[in-house]
Design a protein around this ligand. Structure first.
Ligand code: IMP
Ligand code: MG
Length: 183
């Protein structure tokens, strides 16, 4: 296959733009204002769940005006059959004690809700001053555990989406918009 054919195949999977760069920018501003409003003089720690939320973190942390720090975590959840909750394995953990922080988890997408439900439990057990969740995307129709974000920027139908950090087999994370993936 030629270079051009490979590129064409890559681009053909981008079915349609679901959320534009402008729409994302406006929503990020709102997320920044929401996080600013949580500030009570105690430090805020923004926690991004890798890899999907790395782009979201980069934009949100620059939209926040109050003192904040950033932290990164990588986690994988394992489930057997139809169990709605599993064991979350933290493959990369935060580098500090969170007990003196207001923690805001920044997630790319909530689908079944399992991953965040597990991560929230783990972080709550570490006694932060408070724990909140801000998600870029939410697919409520796919939920298997009752999990609600404190702020959800876009509610989307049951599409598989790519871009703005979200991948399909590790590709398309660098698209500046959110698009529907062509199966
Ligand atoms: P949950 O535990 O089912 O809520 O899983 C959420 C995780 O699944 C997200 O952090 C994503 O990594 C991945 N995911 C769910 N839906 C999509 C999608 O439409 N595109 C890309 N990744 C997705
Ligand atoms: Mg993810």
């Amino acid at each position: 296959m030629t270079k051009e054919e490979k590129l064409q195949q890559f681009n053909a999977r981008i079915k349609e733009v679901l959320i534009t760069e402008e729409e994302i920018r406006a929503a990020i501003k709102k997320a920044g204002e929401y996080i600013d409003s949580l500030y009570d003089g105690q430090p805020i720690l923004l926690v991004s769940i890798l890899k999907g939320a790395f782009v979201f973190m980069a934009d949100v942390c620059r939209a926040v005006s109050v003192p904040s720090e950033v932290g990164f975590m990588c986690a994988k959840s394992y489930y057997e059959g139809t169990k709605s909750s599993g064991v979350v394995k933290i493959t990369m953990d935060l580098d500090r004690d969170i007990s003196g922080y207001h923690v805001v988890i920044l997630e790319d997408i909530i689908d079944t809700g399992r991953t965040l439900n597990d991560i929230a439990k783990v972080l709550k057990a570490r006694n932060p001053l408070s724990l909140r969740v801000v998600t870029l995307l939410d697919k409520p129709s796919r939920r298997v555990v009752d999990f609600k974000a404190d702020m959800s920027l876009f509610t989307i139908p049951d599409y598989f989406v790519i871009g703005y950090g979200l991948d399909c087999a590790e590709k398309y994370r660098g698209l500046p918009y959110v698009a529907v993936y062509e199966e």
